[in-house]
Design a protein around this ligand. Structure first.
Ligand code: LLP
Length: 444
């Protein structure tokens, strides 16, 4: 390895820019988050374990509230939800975006006010709709023509439900093809270009028990530039003006979805929230003025940017292997707790914690323990050359779409979630055990 590459390793190892703001170095290679040593968390709760910095989640909620005054900020539960997170988000004054009866019931039974919840889904089950109506969800976002009559029937004559329409504004944005949802030709939303959005709007307006409050779009996820949002606002305002012209109805709400991108590794770009807020407001005001529309109340639905950077995954090294000229460091988790590298080719920046190493850096591939060659957590990352079984690796920016997408693959069991803050650690979600697998398997 060249001297330049070596100093890059040292710089990377020292760079805490993608870590929670509370992260700080301890003597002897230790690292603390929320005032708690990660090595101590690993000892106390075993590994793999997910650590969530409560202060970081709350601070991110506040950043949104400050950057987006007069906007409803709805946390997208799909990124990660637990009863404690429900409480934090509620206390910080955010609303909630859910996409199943499960997310909805967890939130409401944890005390979240149902009227601040929006229910999404391209294919809502009868159970989803029943739960939404029973619990009194604030808004249901309609995503297909057949849903209108089905929902109206479930609401019943004399009943009442506020709804929105999910629109595809025809914009391609997002960190990976699988998470781009703003274009035609994918399963989400209704297109104004082919008239299906306008047809569904007309159907809803014909149902007295449904009140159409506005339009919704979510153009994609892990978007790091403001431009696609600005274009989406313009198209949504055009559609709102068209609806006013056709039906004489001025819709009072516009939900621009989430998708705000974050850095997973030092140096990567993140969406500038202040710039986003300014641009959304500006485009909305200009578009509405030009079309003679009253400016609708804005809503946004960030998930990843609220919870992602607050999470840290901790793994214990189980094996080190040299194959060809590659070094594989195998840990006690993998694609069952984090399927994102396998699904989207996402790159992470793991780091050795809990001991100081003076060894030279070397290019290492961190792999999981599952029965697939594709079970790679971090390919070609720089780690000290003496990493060995028993060492602890920490992966920052692990709070979003990891545990919420975790599986029971190989019956390893999903890791626990531990909240840290003010120097204390407490268990939020316990580890999934063999007893859990056994209990579900009724034998037959
Ligand atoms: N609103 C709607 C309607 C959504 O579908 C989503 C995400 C969000 C808001 C929140 O997006 P965020 O701010 O978190 O980007 N599993 C993928 C991400 C899938 C996103 C799905 N929808 C990943 O791991 O990157």
């Amino acid at each position: 390895m060249t001297i330049a590459a070596l100093s890059e390793v040292a710089a990377d190892a020292d760079d805490l820019s993608v870590w929670p703001a509370s992260a700080h170095r301890l003597p002897h290679g230790g690292l603390a988050v929320g005032g708690v040593s990660l090595a101590e968390v690993a000892d106390r709760f075993a590994t793999p374990v997910y650590v969530l910095d409560e202060g970081e989640v709350r601070a991110r909620c506040r950043t949104y509230r400050d950057a987006f005054p007069d906007t409803d900020v709805l946390y997208a539960a799909k990124a990660f939800l637990s009863r404690a997170v429900v409480r934090w988000v509620d206390e910080e004054g955010l609303g909630l975006d859910v996409c199943s009866a499960g997310e909805l019931e967890l939130a409401v039974t944890a005390g979240f006010p149902a009227d601040r919840v929006v229910l999404h889904g391209n294919a809502k089950s009868p159970h989803d709709i029943e739960a939404a109506l029973r619990l009194g969800v604030g808004r249901i976002v309609i995503d297909s023509p057949s849903e209108v009559a089905r929902l109206a029937a479930a609401v019943g004559t004399g009943g009442f439900q506020r709804v929105m329409v999910r629109v595809v504004p025809g914009i391609s944005a997002g960190g990976h093809e699988k998470i781009r949802t703003g274009t035609e030709g994918q399963k989400f939303g209704l297109s104004p270009a082919d008239g299906s959005a306008q047809r569904v709007v007309a159907r809803i307006l014909g149902q007295p028990q449904l009140e159409l409050t506005g339009l919704h779009c979510h153009i994609g996820s892990q978007i790091t530039e403001v431009g696609p949002y600005a274009m989406a606002v313009r198209r949504m305002v055009d559609l709102m003006a068209g609806i006013r012209d056709a039906h004489g109805v001025v819709l009072p709400e516009l939900d621009m979805g989430g998708g705000h991108g974050i850095a997973y590794r030092p140096g990567e770009p993140a969406l500038d929230l202040t710039a986003l807020a300014r641009r959304l407001r500006g485009e909305l005001a200009a578009g509405c003025a030009a079309s003679g529309l009253t400016v609708p109340r804005l809503a946004i639905e960030p998930g990843r940017a609220v919870i992602g950077p607050a999470g840290v995954a901790l793994y214990r090294v189980l094996a080190v292997k040299h194959a060809d000229d590659r070094v594989f460091v195998a840990v006690d988790g993998g694609m069952s707790d984090n399927p994102r590298p396998a699904l989207y080719g996402v790159r992470y920046a793991p780091r050795l914690v809990g001991r100081r190493s003076t060894a030279q850096g070397r290019t290492t591939t961190v792999v999981g323990r599952h029965c697939e060659a594709g079970d790679i957590l971090a390919a070609d990352v720089e780690l000290p050359g003496d990493v060995h079984p028993g060492d602890l690796l920490a992966v920052p920016v692990a709070g979003a779409y990891q545990l919420s997408m975790a599986s029971g693959y190989n019956m390893v069991g999903r890791p626990p979630v531990v909240a840290v803050g003010d120097g204390t650690a407490r268990l939020l979600v316990r580890r999934e055990t063999l007893a859990d697998f056994r209990r579900r398997d009724i034998g037959g």
